[in-house]
Design a protein around this ligand. Structure first.
Ligand SMILES: Nc1ncnc2c1ncn2[C@@H]1O[C@H](COP(=O)(O)OP(=O)(O)OP(=O)(O)O)[C@@H](O)[C@H]1O
Length: 631
């Protein structure tokens, strides 16, 4: 048979990555072993899962494991697994290209500062290529499970731009990675004691045996193999036997995040339904938290056999997609598939139990460790804000966990809870007021807040994209309705005195004529014109209907190609403002002034003008007219 050897080029990013890796990770070289063992363990998990549907894939060799071995004479170190393996196309796709968005993101974040970049590598776990930190040549031999011996693939590279691919005979399935160590690395890594200690340090909790040769009486590695990691499912041990350090190590294994978790909950549920869950709240948001497709999620096990990563949010809902950990069920069948999970009673119960546990953990943190909770909120708050829309049943509990910026401090930090807000409400106030805008500054400076500010009434300042969605689903909290100060009529209830109401009515009466004239001038550009209740220092503002979407959101959706029925705003005017007094006297230019009033109110609201050039022309004309008058 032909061996079909060819030379292929790396994607340019890979060259960059290799260069960076070699030069920035010199102080923490040993992590290459963690990365390669982690890949080997994933490969075994994948095989175990595929073999549930097709047991012949195991081909009589079902004791999955990872073997670490070295050859001091030849200067090589090898990591071998009997997992899923790869065929030729998979090798090209996985090892020669950067297909994952995570790696692209990684490049975007590089700063050029070596120490910072080295940390980033740790955070992203760039995997396979870390082999080149210690090796000047890497050979990968692999054979896909289910394929014949002659379909083995050998990949080899010195990490300087190209790699060769060759078809070879491989008697065993799985992947072997052989590192030809750089001369200067040999004394350090070709040492059984040193390798064991690295494995214990980083890979103790890989729930799969990692084997090395047993050292014989002559202190030389012999032919029998022994397991050197714990290789047990940590979550199956009793809580009292697990130290915090072990929980943290396990977190790093399940999350691929080499930072520390903020908190965790470990529970065993017994009775009609039996499962164990170990759930972690990470300290930092993973890079793909906001991407539609995630690569990691909760790991589902059935009786300690890894089944799948819950990337489709069947086990935990989307708004809790930052949670990492494992759920191990004793009730699901081993041959479970994604389709079976859909609408499965066992999954549903584990799901609702796990959601309760995560929310409980967060509530506990919010009450007992508010600073920690603030860290959590800063990282993951925007995801949690999707909760009330997605998880109706738990919306009260989620609402208690929400944090917002508000006019109380006028600070951008989101640290006001709805409970804090209600606690500060003056007597007579029966609503929770908020405003949504495109940015925090826009929210904070909204004209619609003027009266409320003057009266000292707190307003929540919402400027995350998800806030419009949140407020459309969360309409009340502890019996108080949430009300936008930029939508509908501003009903101040009994915060307003009888006198204020009277004087407002008088103003409205006096301004009736002016309102009518503006309405006629603007025609169907507006839904209505009326005297404002909420302004003190601005001449006018835009108000939307109770159910309308904020203008900036409408624009965003339009830009994204959605058809949005356009809503006409209501213009509210402040007759006490000198500008309106001035307009009232106008005759010839009344229509232009009115148009200007509407346009600037739209701009202040964060909306876009249909005719921006017309607005500028009108503004210029009026400025010139004013300049003429003053001469
Ligand atoms: N031992 C192996 N057996 C089978 N496939 C492997 C093995 N090692 C790597 N691969 C394949 O190569 C791909 C790239 O590996 P790499 O370590 O660069 O990233 P990754 O493991 O996908 O990323 P992460 O470390 O963030 O999970 C893997 O996703 C996998 O498909």
């Amino acid at each position: 048979m032909t061996t079909h050897k060819e030379t292929l080029q790396f994607q340019t990013e890979i060259n960059q990555l290799l260069h960076l890796m070699i030069h920035s990770l010199y102080s923490n070289k040993e992590i290459f072993l963690r990365e390669l063992i982690s890949n080997a363990s994933d490969a075994c998990d994948k095989l175990r899962f595929e073999a549930l549907a097709d047991p012949s894939l195991m081909a009589g060799d079902s004791e999955l494991n990872v073997k670490v071995d070295f050859d001091a004479e030849n200067g090589t170190l090898s990591i071998r697994d009997n997992g899923i393996g790869m065929n030729r196309d998979e090798v090209i796709a996985n090892i020669g290209t950067i297909a994952k968005s995570g790696t692209k993101e990684f490049f975007e974040r590089l700063s050029g500062d070596q120490s910072k970049d080295a940390k980033l590598i740790g955070q992203f776990g760039v995997g396979f290529y870390s082999a080149f930190i210690v090796a000047d040549r890497v050979t990968l031999n692999t054979r896909r499970a289910g394929m014949e011996a002659e379909h083995g693939v050998r990949w080899e590279s010195d990490g300087t731009g190209a790699y060769t691919l060759e078809t070879v005979d491989l008697p065993e399935r799985g992947t072997e990675i052989v590192l030809h160590l750089r001369e200067e690395e040999r004394s350090d890594f070709l040492n059984a004691w040193r390798l064991r200690s690295i494995i214990n340090k980083y890979s103790d909790h890989v729930p799969l045996p990692i084997l090395m040769r047993k050292t014989g009486d002559d202190q030389q590695p012999g032919d029998t193999w022994e397991t050197i990691n714990k290789a047990s499912a940590l979550w199956q041990r009793a809580k009292s036997e697990i130290s915090d350090a072990e929980y943290k190590e396990f977190y790093q294994y399940v999350s691929h995040d080499y930072g520390e978790p903020l908190a965790w909950a470990h529970n065993r549920v017994e009775g009609r339904l039996e499962y164990t869950s170990l759930l972690y709240i990470p300290g930092k948001a993973p890079f793909d938290l906001w991407e539609p497709n995630q690569t990691h999620g909760i790991k589902l096990y059935v009786q300690r056999v890894f089944i799948m990563d819950d990337t489709e949010h069947q086990i935990l809902p989307r708004y809790l997609r930052f949670v990492r950990g494992v759920i191990d069920s004793s009730d699901l069948p081993l041959n479970v598939s994604r389709e079976i999970l859909q609408g499965n009673r066992v999954i549903d119960q584990m799901r609702s139990g796990s959601v309760k546990r995560v929310l409980g953990l967060l509530e506990d943190m919010a009450v007992n460790e508010p600073e920690k909770y603030q860290n959590f909120w800063n990282e993951f708050g925007r995801a949690l804000k999707e909760g009330p829309g997605e998880d109706f049943a738990n919306r009260e509990q989620i609402a208690r966990l929400l944090r917002f910026a508000s006019t109380h401090s006028d600070n951008e930090t989101q640290n006001v809870s709805l409970t804090d807000y209600i606690g500060r409400m003056p007597e007579g106030q029966d609503k929770i007021y908020y405003i949504t805008a495109d940015t925090f500054i826009a929210a904070k400076n909204s004209p619609q807040l003027e009266l409320l500010r003057k009266k000292g009434i707190e307003v929540l300042l919402l400027s995350d994209r998800v806030d419009e969605w949140l407020t459309s689903h969360l309409q009340e909290f502890e019996g108080k309705s949430l009300a936008s100060v930029a939508k509908g009529t501003l009903d101040l209830g009994s915060i307003e005195t009888e006198e204020e109401r009277k004087s407002q009515e008088e103003i409205e009466k006096t301004a009736e004529g002016l309102v009518e004239r503006i309405k006629n001038a603007l025609g169907d550009r507006v839904e209505a014109v009326r005297v404002s209740h909420r302004l003190t220092s601005s001449p006018a503002c835009i108000v939307l209907g109770e159910r309308d979407m904020a203008l900036y959101m409408q624009q965003l959706l339009k830009q994204a190609g959605h058809e949005i029925p356009s809503t006409k705003p209501t213009l509210e005017i402040n007759p006490g403002h000198p500008m309106l007094a001035r307009i009232e006297q106008e005759d010839a230019r009344f229509a232009e002034w009115s148009s200007l009033l509407l346009d600037q109110a739209i701009l202040a609201e964060g909306g876009q003008l249909e005719d921006p050039a017309g607005f500028v022309a009108r503004l210029n004309q009026l400025m010139l007219a004013l300049a003429d008058q003053s001469h």
